[in-house]
Write a protein that binds this ligand. Structure first.
Ligand SMILES: C[S@@+](CC[C@H](N)C(=O)[O-])C[C@H]1O[C@@H](n2cnc3c(N)ncnc32)[C@H](O)[C@@H]1O
Length: 288
């Protein structure tokens, strides 16, 4: 059973550590190529999350030939942790990491047999029928629904039959998808340096998209990720001067969607700051 997440800090801008800001091609990649997830949100440090993903992979003790790919890997935290957990069970794992951002990929931890590929998840033709296992965390939500479908179909295509794909991503409570998408856009604006039309489907929506992409959904676990605007500022994810803009947008949204306050346990945490507890889903899908 997964627990809910404690508060944590967001990613740090790499610019502060002298990283170049030139190795990206799209808005989303620009955002993530320029952050160092040195701390990351608290959910990044939760071993129960990695254990759940590893368990869902369904890898047998001592299994050979596990070809695992981390999609939208950033610096590869999920793929590395899951590969390590599977190796602990004696499996032989060849991990690959695909991301738009060469900068983020350059931070993937060294490890046996691992490969990194700077590529767009919407164009992965060269890996057709390659992977036995795939994981993706907080990457698919970053693009509009049409592009999400392209990514999920591509994921299906690059996997072998019987392959297991574990998707960990944000999920909207029923009736609050419009709130969730608008909140993401408000945050993107306040964060300042990029803009994408995120889409955070409901669980039903994610299931439907997975099925349309050719997967059978076999298991879903729910958890949460608790964040607060103070931590976003502390970790330089959001400029202090932009908190007010974000908070005003959030308060306007709460007037339109009063149910969101309870569903996201939204509360003031001193001064202008807010705490938000996002629902997160871990979905296991199998390629038949
Ligand atoms: C929030 S970060 C998550 C990173 C990592 N999955 C983790 O959980 O630590 C989202 C990542 O998705 C990547 N991404 C977004 N759209 C992508 C696309 N179309 N193709 C490849 N990577 C993409 C971004 O570059 C970024 O590294």
């Amino acid at each position: 059973m997964l627990k809910t997440s404690g508060s944590g800090t967001g990613p740090k801008r790499a610019g502060q550590q002298g990283r170049k800001r030139t190795d990206f091609r799209t808005g989303t990649a620009r955002k993530y190529a320029t952050v160092v997830h040195a701390k990351g949100p608290a959910i990044y440090r939760r071993t129960d999350v990695y254990n759940t993903i590893a368990r869902m992979m369904g890898v047998k003790r001592g299994q050979l030939g596990v070809k695992l790919v981390d999609l939208g890997s950033g610096r590869g935290l999920v793929g590395s942790k899951v590969a390590a957990a599977l190796r602990k069970r004696g499996a032989s794992v060849i991990p690959s990491f695909i991301d738009l951002s060469p900068g983020a990929l350059s931070e993937v931890a060294r490890g046996p047999l691992r490969a990194t590929h700077a590529a767009d998840l919407r164009r992965t033709l060269r890996w057709e029928n390659t992977y036995t296992h795939a994981v993706s965390r907080f990457a698919v939500k970053n693009v509009p629904q049409k592009e999400q479908m392209i990514i999920l179909r591509e994921t299906n295509r690059i996997m072998k039959r019987g392959g297991v794909f574990v998707l960990m991503d944000m999920v909207s409570p029923e009736g609050l998808q419009e709130f969730q998408n608008a909140e993401r856009i408000a945050k993107n604006h306040a964060t300042g340096d990029f803009f994408t039309r995120n889409n955070v489907p409901t669980e039903k929506g994610w299931r439907k998209m997975m099925q349309q992409a050719g997967f059978n959904v076999t298991e879903v676990e729910m958890t949460t990720s608790k964040v607060n605007t103070r931590d976003w500022v502390k970790s330089n994810q959001m400029p202090a001067g932009k908190v007010r803009e974000y908070v005003q947008a959030l308060e306007r949204l709460l007037e339109r969607f009063p149910d969101a306050r309870r569903a996201y346990q939204i509360k003031k945490v001193g001064g202008d700051h807010y705490e938000i507890t996002y629902p997160v889903m871990i979905m296991k899908a199998v390629k038949p």
